[in-house]
Design a protein around this ligand. Structure first.
Ligand SMILES: [Zn+2]
Length: 508
């Protein structure tokens, strides 16, 4: 049994470099847990298989020891496919075929797996748009070709397992809700059958971790037609594999757009094209009379990129993001309510990148301008700046030298941003804050984007303009009820009459 090499590198970078944290205690916990996937022949529907598929994609890149447990006859082929998937994600993973050592088991289908009573069970399933989760009894899987409810259920299982093992946060108990509105109190969760949905001309800007969740979601909805253009300038590096749900160990070095397009090539109906470059390059390559973008999915990394995307005046944008313990989705039409740029203006709803990085690196406030400058101009990080960070974070300068002459954004994304900040209970009195790579957060945000996009194309309501969800807490009370319609930012360019006129001339 062994952890994936990218996992260790992500953890080392996150813990070693910037946190005075007991990495060994964390890894010991990772190694001490075996996560099982158990299912019976009732799980062998498109929805059941999708729940198993995404669960495996989220679990196998995190835990070095898993178990695959068929609970009835007729499950052999599915078990074999899951094993192949797990090995492609971590070739060194240990795979058991019995429940014996499992600490946590995700169950799909209708059978309760036997165990010694100590194993923690998470029953997941779906019925089209409806997600089902229970810790006490099987919830079954529907037979439709809408796999989005199943996808969200898999994210909930992975989040609950993570919470149980690594934090003191409570777990979810019983949940049934529609992905379309996430109304956990609804007596009859919305579950419309949307046929022949045409997404028209849709563009995905950014094929990273959230983009992977979105692509998985788009694959998971049959009968979509229309054109999807994938836009990303980057290649997949070793660090990415830790959080990108569609990657395997062999994906390193591939172009992000190629991997995403390959995955979608299995889905009939959608016409998928790709552009290897940034959004701004994509736009400037088009003649000006073609600068109309009816639907854009923003899965970009930085506020600057998002503001630039909004400035190119798409008709409608759905945005996905993760940060701290939250995952979120928002959608925007520029004229009414907040536009995408409104959220990322200084003191907007989402903290600015330069402020986040300043805080994460432990730098004094007077360095904000320096940080902003370095980010905008891509100035290589010099020894003097690293000394400031070493002082701010109280770590040995030697540990930071790895990032000398690299752009500041690289230091941040690789050393700090590989996941969410959370309080980790280590069994000692002090809880340390640490960055942990958590693939289920990005997958969750991306699947919600797919749901909002499909609903928009079908002309049916979905989530309000802005939704923020904390996957480190149970779905009760204000979570996931943190949806609202966001007002415009007073200083955003969407208030500017020239911009508004240009938008109206394009689309109205
Ligand atoms: Zn705005």
């Amino acid at each position: 049994m062994a952890r994936a090499d990218y996992f260790d590198r992500a953890v080392q970078a996150a813990f070693h470099v910037l946190n005075d944290f007991d990495q060994q205690a964390f890894l010991k916990k990772v190694d001490a847990h075996q996560i099982a996937l158990a299912f019976d022949s009732h799980a062998l529907t498109p929805e059941g298989i999708a729940a198993l598929d995404l669960s495996m994609r989220l679990i196998a890149r995190f835990y070095p020891s898993i178990a695959i447990i068929p609970l009835s006859h007729g499950c052999k082929d599915a078990a074999h496919s899951l094993k192949t998937l797990a090995k492609s994600i971590n070739p060194k993973i240990a795979i058991a075929v019995k429940l014996g050592k499992a600490t946590d088991v995700i169950v799909v289908g209708k059978t309760v797996p036997l165990g010694d009573g100590k194993v923690n069970r998470y029953f997941i399933g779906s019925d089209g748009w409806i997600t089902r989760f229970s810790r006490s009894k099987p919830v079954g899987s529907g037979t439709s070709n809408n796999l989005l409810g199943a996808g969200v259920a898999a994210c909930l299982a992975a989040a609950n397992i993570f919470r149980r093992i690594f934090s003191d946060a409570k777990l979810d108990d019983e949940l049934t809700f529609s992905v379309l509105d996430m109304d956990i109190a609804a007596e009859n969760p919305r579950n419309p059958v949307l046929k022949d949905v045409d997404i028209g001309d849709t563009y995905l800007a950014g094929a990273g971790a959230i983009g992977h969740g979105f692509i998985w979601g788009m694959f998971g909805y049959a009968n979509l037609t229309g054109k999807l253009t994938l836009i990303d300038h980057d290649d997949i590096d070793l660090f990415n594999i830790q959080r990108y749900a569609l990657t395997g160990r062999c994906s390193e070095g591939k172009k992000k757009v190629d991997l995403a397009a390959d995955f979608l090539s299995w889905r009939e109906g959608l016409q998928v094209t790709k552009f290897h470059g940034k959004w701004e390059d994509f736009v400037s390559n088009l003649p000006e009379d073609k600068w109309t973008f009816s639907r854009v999915v923003s899965a970009l990394d930085s506020p600057k990129d998002r503001i630039e995307l909004q400035a190119s005046l798409p008709k409608w944008v759905v945005n996905g993001w993760t940060g701290d313990c939250d995952a979120g989705v928002s959608h925007h039409d520029f004229i009414n309510h907040a536009c995408l740029a409104c959220l990322y203006m200084p003191s907007g709803s989402v903290k600015n990148e330069d402020e986040i990085i300043l805080e994460a690196l432990g730098l004094p406030p007077d360095q904000l301008r320096v940080v902003r400058d370095r980010l905008e101009k891509g100035i290589p990080t010099d020894r003097g700046f690293l000394e400031l960070v070493a002082k701010g974070k109280n770590v040995d300068l030697q540990k930071l030298l790895l990032f000398e002459n690299k752009p500041l954004r690289e230091l941040y994304t690789k050393a700090v941003c590989s996941g969410a900040v959370m309080e980790l209970a280590t069994g000692t009195k002090s809880t340390a804050r640490a960055e942990v790579p958590m693939p289920f957060q990005s997958a969750f945000a991306g699947i919600l984007q797919a749901a909002v996009l499909i609903a928009n194309a079908a002309g049916t309501p979905s989530l309000p303009g802005f939704t923020r969800i904390n996957l480190m807490k149970p779905f009760i009370g204000a979570n996931p009820g943190t949806s609202w319609t966001q007002a415009k930012h007073a200083r955003c360019f969407c208030n500017d009459e020239d911009y508004r006129q240009a938008y109206k001339e394009k689309y109205v």
